[in-house]
Design a binder for this molecule. Structure first.
Ligand SMILES: Cc1cc2nc3c(=O)[nH]c(=O)nc-3n(C[C@H](O)[C@H](O)[C@H](O)COP(=O)(O)O)c2cc1C
Length: 185
């Protein structure tokens, strides 16, 4: 099949799976929220998630110092808010107030949950060794909260350049050839 060269600095457009999440944090009586597309699952038990947090973001120091955050999963109903949160710095703005979001206290961390999101994962920073070099925070999810319905929310997935994909149908048709034991270490 004919293919063109593709610039290596653009391959992320194919690999960024999403879902886009909102990361909330708290430090010294203030809260913040950032939009995040660059994250990956790094383990199941313990449940580990690696997150790229740019050091110029206000959230960076809040999370580095508090060593906690909440990863909130929004669905398509929050799409416009997700973009606005990503276009605003929390240095001077209370994003919960500005965007009309409800902060719910965490059970295990001081960072607040965003009630309007479909799911909320309370996280503790368990490895800070890659922050300086890669801005990569490795978190352990210590408590999860998720709505029961819908089972598969219409999440947002970033395609770069301000373009988003909205999660589509969930299909069963490939399940019979699937070997779950091959996915586990
Ligand atoms: C769709 C989208 C995805 C983003 N993904 C990331 C990301 O993975 N990491 C990051 O550091 N910033 C990301 N950003 C940018 C931050 O959300 C943005 O800089 C935000 O304003 C930071 O807020 P803060 O300064 O209050 O922390 C993303 C923004 C958008 C709109």
């Amino acid at each position: 099949m004919k293919k063109r060269d593709h610039p290596v600095d653009d391959v992320r457009r194919f690999l960024e799976p999403g879902p886009v999440v909102l990361v909330s944090s708290a430090w010294k009586g203030k809260t913040d929220i950032m939009t995040m597309g660059w994250h990956m699952v790094m383990g199941e038990a313990p449940s580990l998630v690696g997150c790229f947090i740019w050091d110029q973001n206000h959230s960076f120091e809040m999370i580095r110092k508090s060593r906690e955050c909440v990863i909130n999963v929004p669905a398509v109903d929050l799409a416009a808010t997700v973009v606005k949160i990503g276009n605003t710095s929390g240095a001077a703005v209370d994003k919960f107030e500005r965007f009309g979001l409800t902060a719910v206290p965490g059970r295990k961390v001081k960072a607040p949950l965003i009630d309007e999101c479909h799911a909320n994962f309370e996280c503790r920073l368990v490895d800070s060794s890659l922050i300086r070099r890669y801005s990569l925070f490795v978190f352990e999810v210590v408590k999860g909260h998720a709505r029961v319905r819908p089972k598969f929310p219409r999440t947002l997935h970033y395609r770069g350049d301000g373009l988003f994909m909205i999660a589509g149908p969930t299909v069963r048709r490939y399940r019979k050839g699937f070997k779950p034991e091959m996915l586990r270490a």
